[in-house]
Design a protein around this ligand. Structure first.
Ligand code: DQQ
Length: 577
């Protein structure tokens, strides 16, 4: 069979594997009844992260309603207080002054009333005039998982941590009308105020196979009316969860309040696709008169669109931080060891990614993300490599830090693009992940593969490479970034998900450099390509490369020599949480 046909067959098979086999525990709202009370309460440290957010034990999923209020950051998240698999979901609550160290509080919202007795699912926060925060969340009202939209308010605004939240009696605020599938009607967005004085919020839904962002209006935040049409919808995308809709500036990288609008403002619509379990976004124009959002012509409005993160990343949410004029993104990095017993054996499941600042790239074609600057306070011991040549097949070890818990920034340079390998036109229809699957870190290329071998054992029995390959396509170059978990663990666990995650990087190669930053934290590698133009998070479970037996290398497997211009690596301290 010719190579391109093999690739198509491979892609086809991969599609079905992803669709039907991945994430048994993560992918649905199935309640694993028998597993809910099996909690051992023993938390195993192996694979627990050092500087990512995770609670002391048990299951977590979506970050819900992150906000900044009177000097404190609040993170709410979906949490099972009784077990390590999804179920019994409450809004757990942690607070922070720096988005890095956290204090765990009692859950803010938990099922108790007729309007949320069967579950308190995701939602958002909005700060109302008079500096009054309000939570909008989805309540589950029966065993069929029928959904309504509720609100909650702080019991005491003078408590700096806003520990206690009240669910007023006039809930639910919004119920599904006849036209709506009431089991696919959830995750209200942060509301925004139009110039006409009306509040707007979106609720994710589905009609047939068409994903929808339903629009609701309100003058007083209490009485909501459904608009005649969704703000946007897209054919064949399946159910939309955790919709996020926010403005970004065309002029600067500062964040904007959710109600901002104007000529120099674009809008971003992010949807979490239930079928694929990835977060996709488009950049476009919000017509405030017609209350319609239209993605720019260059955008792909579906499964092949831009992703906030091409790896283990789902149900993300942004918020505007007025204290530093920035928009912050947080996402759930779900596990890849997907059988329930894995989670039960660990005593926990799920982490949140490092909060990232996010803005519009000057090209207007995509967003850019970068870990919040506060993370740098956890940097300890530092090592550097300067001006180091990596010929074909060479690697260099980064020694003198803790490679299992580290922050690494590296810039590679090369003197020519001549040797970039040809991009087979038949690959254009594949996902980047498929291309990484057969053009991995060990397949010799022209310019690349080069990058980092993270969480590596001494003799490379296992490692998670994060790397670039540069391809030639007609008159252009195409940069592939991979974070490949396929060799991440010698553990031969049939159900472990070891994907070769990848995305393309929209980067100008005129100055012949490519940069990479990886946050390595025991069972997670969170990487930012070309200053954050493409981001990939991999969850991995090494068997040999753990704690002090972990190594970190920079490598080059391309025929073209590359140079490490600068490599700075730090051991990372633990955060409080
Ligand atoms: N998780 C929540 C839902 C949301 C889904 C339930 C996304 O509200 O749609 O835990 O992961």
């Amino acid at each position: 069979m010719e190579f391109s046909r093999k690739c198509s067959l491979f892609a086809f098979l991969l599609f079905f594997v992803l669709l039907f086999c991945n994430n048994e525990v993560n992918a649905s709202h199935e309640v694993f009844r028998k597993l809910q009370s099996l909690s051992t309460n023993i938390v195993r440290n192996l694979f627990r992260t050092g500087f990512h957010f995770q609670p002391p034990r048990h299951w977590i999923n979506d970050p819900t309603g992150p906000m900044y209020y009177n000097g404190i950051y609040h993170l709410f998240y979906q949490y099972n207080p009784k077990g390590e698999v999804w179920g019994n979901i409450v809004w757990a609550h942690s607070v922070s002054v720096d988005l890095v160290n956290w204090i765990n509080l009692e859950p803010a919202i938990y099922p108790s009333e007729a309007f949320d007795k069967y579950g308190t699912w995701s939602g958002s926060t909005t700060i109302l005039p008079g500096n009054k925060p309000v939570i909008l969340y989805t309540g589950i009202i029966d065993d069929e998982q029928s959904q309504v939209q509720n609100y909650a308010i702080p019991a005491n605004l003078t408590d700096p941590f806003l520990r206690k939240w009240i669910k007023p009696d006039n809930n639910p605020l919004v119920v599904a009308d006849q036209s709506i599938n009431k089991t696919k009607f959830r995750d209200p967005t942060t509301a925004w105020l139009g110039q006409d004085g009306l509040w707007r919020m979106l609720v994710g839904s589905l009609r047939g196979r068409r994903g929808l962002a339903l629009l609701y209006w309100s003058r007083d935040f209490m009485k909501w009316t459904k608009a005649k049409h969704p703000i946007h919808s897209s054919a064949d995308t399946g159910n939309w969860e955790c919709v996020d809709f926010f403005p970004v500036s065309l002029e600067h990288t500062d964040g904007l309040d959710t109600s901002s609008h104007g000529e120099k403002v674009k809008h971003v619509l992010k949807v979490s696709l239930d079928d694929t379990r990835y977060d996709y976004y488009t950049i476009g124009t919000y017509d405030t008169k017609k209350d319609r959002y239209t993605p720019d012509e260059t955008m792909v409005d579906g499964w092949k669109g831009l992703r906030l993160d091409y790896g283990n990343f789902y149900a993300s949410k942004t918020f505007y931080d007025p204290s530093k004029n920035r928009r912050i993104l947080m996402g759930w990095a779900n596990e890849s060891d997907v059988v329930p017993t894995d989670a039960i054996n660990k005593g926990w499941s799920g982490i949140q990614t490092i909060p990232r600042r996010l803005w519009l790239d000057p090209s207007g074609r995509h967003l850019v993300q970068w870990p919040v600057e506060e993370l740098e306070h956890l940097r300890k011991q530092k090592v550097e490599i300067r001006n180091y040549r990596l010929n074909k097949g060479e690697k260099v070890e980064v020694e003198g830090i803790t490679p299992a818990q580290a922050d690494v920034e590296v810039t590679f340079s090369f003197s020519s693009l001549e040797n970039a390998e040809e991009f087979d036109p038949s690959w254009a229809d594949l996902y980047a992940q498929d291309v990484c699957g057969f053009r991995g870190s060990t397949v010799q290329g022209g310019l690349g593969p080069f990058g980092l071998l993270t969480l590596s054992s001494e003799n490379l029995e296992e490692y998670t490479p994060v790397f670039f390959r540069v391809f030639k396509t007609q008159d252009k170059y195409k940069v592939l970034m991979c974070s490949d978990a396929s060799r991440s663990s010698v553990r031969n666990h049939k159900k472990m998900y070891k994907p070769s995650f990848a995305g393309y990087v929209d980067v100008d190669l005129t100055n012949k450099t490519l940069s990479l930053r990886s946050l390595i934290d025991h069972s997670v590698v969170e990487s930012f390509g070309a200053g954050g133009k493409t981001v990939i998070t991999s969850r991995v479970y090494p068997a040999l490369s753990i704690y002090n037996d972990t190594h970190l290398f920079a490598f080059n497997n391309g025929t073209e020599t590359v140079r490490i211009e600068n490599l700075d690596a730090w051991s990372m301290d633990k955060c409080d949480r």
